[in-house]
Unconditional design. Sequence first.
Length: 506
Amino acid sequence: MDKDQLHRQARQNYRQRTNGGAGRTGRNPSQNNNHKSSSRSMSGGSIHNTSANSGRLWTGSWQDNGSGSAGRKAAAGAATSGAHRTSTIRRPAPTRSHSTVRSTSGGRRRVQSKQEIEARRREQRRRALRKKRRQQAWMYRFTALFFFAAVILLGVKGIRAMNHALEHAREEQRGVLETVTPTSGYDAADPVTPETTTVASAEQNVDGLDMSDPTHVLSGGRYVDTTKPMVALTWDDGPDSKVGNRLMDYLEAVDGRGTFFMVGNRVSENQDEVKRMVQDGHEVANHSWDHDLKLSKKGTDYIANEFNKTNDIIEQVSGVKPTLIRLPGGIISDDVRSTVTQPMIYWSLDTEDWKTRDAQSTINAIESNIKDGDIVLMHEIYEATGDACQTVIPWLQSQGYQMVTVSELIKFRGATVDASSGKQYESFRPKPTEAASSTEAQEKDSAAVPESSAAQSDDTSEANANAAESESQSSTNAISSTGEDMASETSINVLAKHRFPGFLRF
């Protein structure tokens, strides 16, 4: 077979192969020509034709009858022709919308079906919905957190406001449950019985001292002039070391003494302050165990337990048993009258420091209303009260007032208090003496006597003056002899001019 026949045979076989490929791919011959690639190679006289579309390999044999060089040229020409056919002709893709054309992993584009498009849209909607739900969930969490924080804040403020209101109501309810019937220390109706209480911490004046004036009585480690004005400063609701120690410092500076009505459940945590009260000559008194404003309505057993426990803890800590009681809020009832066995002390001047919590208001209340024999009500638990006393105590001294305990005021006014009377004592004013009354009556009579009786009037006045002097002396002696049961302490009292150490004070 010559070369021309060989070439014709190869072309015929190629056309048959390409037509078969068109049938399998579904393309027309023109399209196949645009996308086919073929190559030929010659190896030892064989031609290998590869079609890119069909993927088949055709091998044809030929016999080189001519010169070798001519055969090799023909094979080279065929190979070259095949090499040119292997170049890929790319036609531009048709213009399509982005939503319907998707890229494959190979970089080629394919058209999406309606089902795929719809599925993709549903997935997008689901993602958007999940995102929206996550945002809503975070918003709900934030709102709930804010709500709970607001509730907690309002709750704390509400509790504080409630405590503040209860603290105010504790004093405002004074007299609401029962009518309070305070009485003066000099009530003619007060019975005098063997149970009458006198001052437990008083000391007799001592003869032989260089102080010849019998009106100066040793008490609480200092001398008290029984002829000068005196007031009893009292503080409730303690002990409170932070304020109480300040009060005692201010009193010490003016040789003053005070009375501390203490709540029993606060004594254990302020033991040092309670011990100092006794050592410095102040008076410790009973203000119930826990300041229960409804104490008067809870029966005799409850009332007795409240005051007995407080007496016990104060005596255990300080070594002194209280002799006086002040009711919480001053509220009294028949059960209280029948149960309490110690004198009940009220007040005549209420500073209302519990209400104002203002130092200047407390100062104004005292300076504007203080009188000789007053029992002043304050509270130990307020810093403002301590600030007020820093000013008030020196001012009282400058006005001539002596600051004494309630028991000292009872003694130096010559009064008696009856624990079984069921009364609350609010003040102990100076007691008018019979001598002063006689002198005043004599002055009125002398103004109406004619001149002819002037000599007789003078004699009468002189006699009355002598009687007044005698009465005054007897009154002083009565005050000095009140503490006869403490005569054994005379040797200690000789040193009264000097400040006593704590263990020598009574």
